[in-house]
Design a protein around this ligand. Structure first.
Ligand code: SF4
Length: 488
C-alpha cells in the first residue's frame, strides 16, 4: 500500500494515467512484479544516490530505520537545529510527501539536490524536481534552489574517483517557478481522483508505454493481446495501432485498408492472414552468396559501470570481457576469453581467435562494431587488425529486419531470442541462468568481487553459456535461413 500521502512516484504515475495513480494508491497489490532488469536499475540508482552524498559529506540520514512520520518530525528538528546537511529530508505539503536526496544549508539558505543515476535529464526528472520544489518552497522560508544531479558523461577516470567531476548539476529553478501553478492544479486534481470510490475508467492507449511501461500493464491488458491481436504486429507506431483499436479493429484479420500501409506492414498482415512465413528466397540467396568461408558465428559481452573503475574510461563505457565463436570448420570450435581489465590482452585474443575466419556471423553488429572500434582507438598498434575484424562481420539481422524472411509468430519481436525460437523451432536459450545483457553485466561484477573459487566458476560458466547461446543461435539461424532459401 502506497500510504495516504501523494508521493513523487504516485504523482509521476498520475501524470501518466489517472488509473495507474489510483491503482498505485489503492490497489498496490495489482502491480506487475518488477523484472530483474528493473531491479538492477533500481539498485544502480540507490548506489549512485549513496555515492552522491560524498558531495556533501557528514549529513544526517533521517530515513534510516524510521517511519515516514518520524522522518518528517526529525527533518523539522534538524532544520530548527540548523543541521548543515540532511539526507532524505522529508516534507509534506498539501498532501504531497517528498524525500529530498540531499538538503544543504548554505550561507543564503537551503539548496536541494536530487540525484539521478543517468547521464541525461528527462522530462520526467524535471517534473519530479518541480514537484519537490513546490513542496520545499512551501515548507522552507529560506529555500533558494533545486538541482538535478546526474552522471557526467565526459568524466574520465584518472587513478582516484573525483566525485566533484564525476557528477554534474543543473538548477531547475526556472522550470520550477514556471510550473508552480501547474503543480498546484495537478495535485488538487490528483487528490480528487484519489478520493474516488471506484477505479477511473481509462482505456488502454499509447500512454501505457510513456514515459515508462505502466506497472499495471498486466492488469489492464489482460486478454487484450490475443493470438491474432493487432498488438502482435511489429514496426508500426503506437498511434496507428490505437487508431485501429479505438475504431473497433482488434484482430489483424480485420484490417482491410492494407494498400495505404507501408510495404513491410502489408507483408506482415499477409503473413498473418495466410498463417505462413514470407520468404524472399532470391534476396536471401544473394545475401548469403557474399558469405565467405570459413565462417563462424561471433558474440561478445560487455560491462559498463556507472562509476568507472578502469583508468582512462568514462561512466557507462562498454568494456568487453568475453567473446565466443561457433563454427563447423574446427573440431574445437568454441573459444573463450575471460580477461578482466586488460583490454590489450582481450584485443590480442580477438585477433588471434578470429584470424582463420573470413566471415563472422553476427545478429545486429552495432554493439560488436562500436566496442571493437573503441579498442582500435585505444590500441593504435592493433588498429588495422581490429578494424579488419569488423570488416568480416556478416549481419544476418538485416534479413529479419528488412523482412526478407518474416514469420507471423515473431509477434512483433525481432530479437535473436524471439526469432531463433520460431525459425529453429527450438529454444537454445532455455537452460540459461542469465537472460539479459544487464543481468550479464551484473553477474560479471559479482564475479569480480566473489572470493569463493567455486562460486566464481559457477558465475563464469553461466556467463560463458549465456554468450555461447547467442553465438549458437546466430549460427543455427544463418544455416536455417540458407537452407530455407534453397528449398523449392
Ligand atoms: S496500463 Fe495503461 S490504462 Fe492501465 S493503468 Fe496503466 S497506463 Fe493506465
Amino acid at each position: 500500500m502506497a500510504g495516504s500521502y501523494i508521493s513523487k512516484t504516485a504523482f509521476i504515475k498520475f501524470e501518466q494515467c489517472e488509473k495507474s495513480f489510483f491503482l498505485y494508491k489503492n490497489h498496490y497489490y495489482l502491480r506487475d512484479k518488477p523484472d530483474v532488469d528493473k531491479q538492477l536499475t533500481f539498485k544502480r540508482g540507490h548506489d549512485i544516490g549513496f555515492l552522491a552524498r560524498e558531495l556533501f559529506p557528514g549529513g544526517i540520514d533521517v530515513s534510516e530505520n524510521n517511519s515516514k512520520e518520524n522522518a518528517i518530525a526529525l527533518t523539522l528538528k534538524f532544520i530548527e537545529e540548523k543541521a548543515p546537511v540532511i539526507y532524505e529530508a522529508t516534507f509534506v505539503y498539501n498532501g504531497v510527501l517528498v524525500m529530498v536526496d540531499i538538503l544543504v544549508l548554505g550561507k543564503d539558505g537551503y539548496e536541494a539536490y536530487e540525484v539521478k543515476s543517468s547521464i541525461k535529464i528527462s522530462e520526467t526528472y524535471i517534473k519530479d524536481a518541480c514537484l519537490q520544489f513546490y513542496v520545499l518552497s512551501n515548507c522552507l522560508k529560506n529555500f533558494r534552489d533545486f538541482y538535478l544531479v546526474t552522471v557526467n558523461s565526459e568524466y574520465v577516470l584518472k587513478d582516484e574517483l573525483d566525485i566533484k567531476q564525476f557528477f554534474k548539476r543543473r538548477s531547475i529553478l526556472k522550470d520550477a517557478l514556471k510550473n508552480i501553478q501547474y503543480m498546484q492544479e495537478r495535485i488538487n486534481h490528483a487528490k480528487l481522483v484519489d478520493e474516488r470510490q471506484s477505479i477511473p475508467n481509462i482505456e488502454i492507449g499509447p500512454h501505457c508505454f510513456s514515459p515508462y511501461q505502466c506497472d499495471f500493464f498486466n492488469t489492464c491488458w489482460k486478454g487484450k493481446i490475443t493470438e491474432n491481436s493487432i498488438f502482435n504486429l511489429g514496426k508500426v507506431n503506437k498511434e496507428e495501432l490505437f487508431n485501429w483499436y479505438h475504431n473497433g479493429v482488434y484482430e489483424i484479420t480485420e484490417i482491410n485498408n492494407e494498400k495505404n500501409l507501408s510495404l513491410p506492414l502489408q507483408q506482415q498482415i499477409l503473413a498473418w492472414k495466410q498463417k505462413k512465413p514470407i520468404i524472399n528466397k532470391e534476396i536471401i540467396q544473394h545475401y548469403f552468396s557474399k558469405l565467405k568461408t570459413p565462417y563462424a558465428a561471433f558474440d561478445l559481452e560487455v560491462w559498463g559501470a556507472a562509476v568507472p573503475t578502469i583508468n582512462g574510461t568514462k561512466p557507462f563505457q562498454k568494456i568487453p570481457f568475453l567473446f565466443t565463436l561457433k563454427s563447423n570448420d574446427y573440431k574445437d570450435d568454441v573459444f573463450m576469453e575471460f580477461n578482466t581489465d586488460d583490454r590489450k590482452n582481450f584485443a590480442l585474443a580477438l585477433i588471434e581467435k578470429t584470424k582463420n575466419y573470413n566471415s563472422l556471423l553476427v545478429y545486429d553488429k552495432s554493439l560488436e562494431s562500436s566496442v571493437i572500434n573503441e579498442l582500435a582507438l585505444l590500441i593504435p598498434e592493433l588498429k588495422e587488425q581490429l578494424i579488419n575484424i569488423t570488416k568480416k562481420f556478416f549481419d544476418i539481422s538485416e534479413i529479419i529486419q528488412k523482412q526478407y524472411y518474416f514469420h507471423h509468430l515473431f509477434n512483433g519481436n525481432f530479437s535473436l531470442k524471439a526469432v531463433s525460437k520460431v525459425v529453429l523451432e527450438e529454444n537454445v536459450f532455455q537452460s540459461e541462468q542469465i537472460s539479459t545483457g544487464l543481468e550479464a553485466m551484473n553477474a560479471y561484477v559479482t564475479y569480480k568481487l566473489e572470493k569463493n573459487e567455486i562460486e566464481r566458476q559457477i558465475i563464469k560458466d553461466n556467463l560463458i553459456n549465456y554468450c555461447l547461446a547467442d553465438t549458437l543461435a546466430t549460427f543455427l539461424l544463418a544455416e536455417k535461413l540458407m537452407q530455407l532459401s534453397k528449398v523449392e
